[in-house]
Design a protein around this ligand. Structure first.
Ligand code: AMP
Length: 193
């Protein structure tokens, strides 16, 4: 099974993806993690991406589509993947549809983790304090820019996937365990939200 986790920054996509990896043997494909690794390694992609990431904006479609396409060709992805933080705009979503079709893969589910902006701002302040500045894009000012980017560019993916009959929504304001339970229900087909 191949699925997308979609939701604003701080919604808990990464945490839930980790649990899905553990419980279902899926492979997590986080473009944010891949880009941070490229920045840390000082690669050409990393050099291009760093300033854009620090400003809370989106790295070019060409870069992220390229890294996702390469990663999908690795054999472990045959177990099924969770796209975490990708796609983030309509051009990426269309490119992903084409990519998957070209690789004879399908997209089975798009799961939105829905959370209010105010809750996210308080969560990210907590996360920034805990990470001790490890992530240079983790502060309240950058979060506001990232939320704006989310609403402008990523939220239009929701009707896009709804039209494909693939979208399910879980309430991301529940506790982490409760969100996981809701996701499990969706996966079992118990919920048709
Ligand atoms: P994330 O960890 O998913 O929140 O991503 C951190 C940052 O990496 C984002 O704010 C963007 O600058 C960049 N990024 C991650 N995924 C994408 C993507 N699919 N398209 C463009 N930029 C991305």
């Amino acid at each position: 099974m191949n699925m997308i986790l979609i939701g604003p920054p701080g919604a808990g996509k990464g945490t839930q993806a980790t649990r899905l990896v553990e419980n279902h043997g899926l492979v997590q494909l986080s473009t944010g993690d891949m880009l941070r690794a490229a920045v840390a390694a000082g690669t050409e992609i990393g050099k291009k991406a760093k300033a854009v990431m620090d400003a809370g904006q989106l790295v070019s479609d060409e870069i992220v589509i390229g890294i996702i396409s390469d990663r999908l060709d690795e054999p472990d992805c045959q177990a099924g993947v969770i796209f975490d933080g990708f796609p983030r705009n309509l051009a990426q979503a269309e490119a992903l549809d084409a990519l998957l079709a070209g690789k004879k893969l399908s997209l089975d589910l798009v799961l939105e983790i829905r959370v209010d902006d105010e809750i996210l701002i308080s969560r990210i302040e907590k996360r920034a304090a805990e990470s001790g500045g490890e992530r240079s894009d983790d502060n309240a000012d950058v979060l506001r820019d990232r939320l704006e980017t989310y609403h402008e560019q990523t939220a239009p993916l929701l009707p896009y996937y709804e039209a494909q009959n693939k979208l399910k929504v879980v309430d991301g304001m529940l506790s982490i365990d409760e969100v996981s339970e809701e996701i499990e229900k969706v996966l079992k087909g118990e919920v048709t939200a």
